[in-house]
Design a protein around this ligand. Sequence first.
Ligand code: AMP
Ligand code: SF4
Length: 454
Amino acid sequence: MSVLGVYGVKRAASLIYYGLHAMQHRGQEGCGIVSVNERGEMNRHRGKGLVSEIFNEQKIAELDGELAIGHVLYTGAASRSMDNIQPLFFHHGSGDFAVANNGNIVNAAKLRSWLESKGSLFHSMTDSELLAHLIKKECSEEPRIYAIIEALNLLEGAFAFLIMTKNRLYACRDRHGLHPLSIGRIGEGYVVASESCALDTMGAEFVRDVEPGEIVTIDHKGLRSSFYSQERKCKMCAMEYIYFARPDSDVDGCNVHAYRKESGRRLFKEAPADADIVIGVPDSSLSAAQGYSEESGMPYEMGLIKNKYVGRTFIQPSQDLREKGVKMKLSAVRSIVNGKRVVMVDDSIVRGTTSRRIVNMLREAGATEVHVRIASPTMTHPCFYGVDTSTLDELLLARMSVEEACKAIGADSLAFLSYDSTLKSAAGRTDMCLACFDGNYPTALFQSIEEANK
Ligand code: AMP
Ligand code: SF4
């Protein structure tokens, strides 16, 4: 998932449109934009599908104004009904407001039943709606920031909320700093985005990241900062570096390509393989494969090609076509791998489906040996913070040892990066969330892993 906000820039919605395109890799299920026009009215357009499928010039033109927020919804998000496509937008006596979020609140179920017992009625399953109810649970004359601080203090888990009123934008990041949120500047205006690559696409200059536990208020006075909690940590999600973010993004000041290259170098030092060539699985593993190649001295080759035009709307092949070997997304390059001992670097193994398929594909294309190297540790625990890393009983390495997994995917050898190197590949970082690898969750979970598995 990802959020994007623009304050004080003409045709804010068209900028959001370009920024959402740049963050399309963070969610393909749905997207939306809400803008505030000159009369202070909010307009929204949203839908299920890719940014290019939902928006056109006319739709963007209808969303006029200099203040807007947008959202893309993650494929793994729990419920994909239209009601859950964000940003959500609310009418209220004190003024309309809109909310979008990237993350997952772990005590949401408890808070929802508490609010329902007090008379709240929910339209969606989103944490954005939960936050809206919490902000408005008591009508008060106090400035809105107090209600926001109070509401955020009730939440546990991962969030990066954007709250938009008719003349103000609030950017709020959870106190563990689990997901990224960056601020940029365009002329006299501001941009807030889940990933810094969106700032570059929009022509914004990076200003700084929203800090863990911080609420940044953006309005005619410029930027102002408040903290909703004094208990703050820097537990950035390791999967942002490993898989999720684009290589040209900087996550908490560390470039993602540089991280992955360093992880690849370390992977070779920890798990060298004797082979002829190194290949990466496009796109997320290419940087790590380059690092492995540089450290080992083995040539980096383009052994796998990804078809960039296979979108989510592509008709899935029938079982018959699948058996005939129709490979839509990835193909092995026979002229490169034929007769070679190959090191295949991938960023992670979740269910093991991808690795098994690719090892098979490489052997069919003539590879004599396939050594799989994974640029992250064994994934043994589910994520509760909004990243779809699958349920416990689907995780391959939660069910079997590395030796068994090697057999299951049909590789000649299999090795993973250590925890230590996963952390140290991010220059200057001393901490991050690695809970899906070691079960050391930075927050209380409010449910057992078994319950979450149901
Ligand atoms: P699997 O086939 O289930 O083992 O998934 C592993 C592949 O999925 C790797 O090649 C990763 O690039 C990719 N991946 C890792 N984490 C995620 C995620 N949270 N959502 C979607 N894909 C992922
Ligand atoms: Fe990221 Fe894993 Fe932590 Fe979830 S559990 S936030 S995927 S590191």
